[in-house]
Design a protein around this ligand. Sequence first.
Ligand SMILES: [Zn+2]
Length: 72
Amino acid sequence: MTCHNCGGELEKVIVDLPFKVEHNSIIIIKQLPVLQCQNCSEFLIEDTVMKEIDKILKNVDKTAELEILNYV
Ligand SMILES: [Zn+2]
């Protein structure tokens, strides 16, 4: 896989990423496996990982202003 931004090489990395789910609610998912461009640092989240993120965000308590979860 190559970067859609610059065509550089993508490398699998583990990161913590914040997702905004509601007006006031931010979910931080830790230990997410994503692809990062070694050239321009652009992130790419694979479809399978994105589906898992969707599931996590659907089940999360949206009344919390900030929630920190682990991606497993
Ligand atoms: Zn790039």
